[in-house]
Design a protein around this ligand. Structure first.
Ligand SMILES: [Zn+2]
Length: 211
């Protein structure tokens, strides 16, 4: 896969599924991601990108619980890139890398629907993730795991079809993976996100909510 990452975009849905993987989002994280995609959908300028960092822990092998979003949302959205351009957000991320509280960090951003490959990660996005994984590690040897999440407004601009996806670069085997099993923890219950085909949307699967 790495050889394809030279220019343009890469369809993350062609990546292998990370074995027995799951991403669990706290309600707070899910609300933050919903806000980011709504900003993207409703801001009027379809080419600005929004995003955040999420912080969490690996609960079991390949099962990641992200429970805290970045405290900061004062970045300036950029044209066709999510540029983490506030020092507070970057300092917070560096503190998380060097601290022991979290072992998993997700970089999340939106893509507008303005053309065919917008629902995929750009190759630049994947380079950013690989750089985070390889180079943004603490000195104490306690390795951190970076994930990248993409939120995409649907072509129809109908919020039911907005998508979310996560990828991970495993530097031990030089392999890219997707994680499409995503749930939201609400009142101690995990509600899966609804999928269209193999692609998770930003909608809770209401059939799984107990009433
Ligand atoms: Zn991107």
């Amino acid at each position: 896969m790495a050889a394809n990452i030279l220019s343009g975009a890469t369809n993350q849905f062609n990546f292998k599924e990370l074995p027995k993987s799951k991403i669990v989002l706290s309600e707070e994280c899910f609300i933050r991601l919903s806000a980011a995609i709504n900003l993207c959908a409703l801001s009027g300028n379809k080419e600005l990108e929004y995003g955040t960092f999420l912080y969490g822990k690996e609960m079991k092998p390949n099962v990641i619980y992200f429970y805290v979003p970045s405290k900061f949302d004062n970045y300036t959205p950029s044209y066709r890139e999510f540029n983490v351009n506030t020092s507070e957000m970057l300092e917070e991320k560096d503190k998380a890398v060097n601290g022991n509280k979290y072992d998993c960090i997700a970089h999340i951003h939106t893509h507008p629907y303005i053309g065919g490959t917008c629902q995929f990660f750009s190759n630049q996005d994947l380079r950013v993730l690989k750089t985070l994984q390889l180079e943004h590690q603490p000195n104490n040897g306690r390795k951190k795991y970076f994930f990248m999440g993409l939120l995409t407004v649907s072509p129809s601009n109908f919020f039911d079809n907005d998508e979310i996806s996560f990828v991970f670069y495993d530097d031990n085997v030089n392999e890219w993976y997707k994680i499409t099993n995503i749930t939201v923890l609400i009142n101690n219950e995990e509600i899966p996100l609804k999928k269209i085909g193999n692609r998770p949307t930003m909608q809770l699967d209401k059939r799984k909510i107990k009433t």
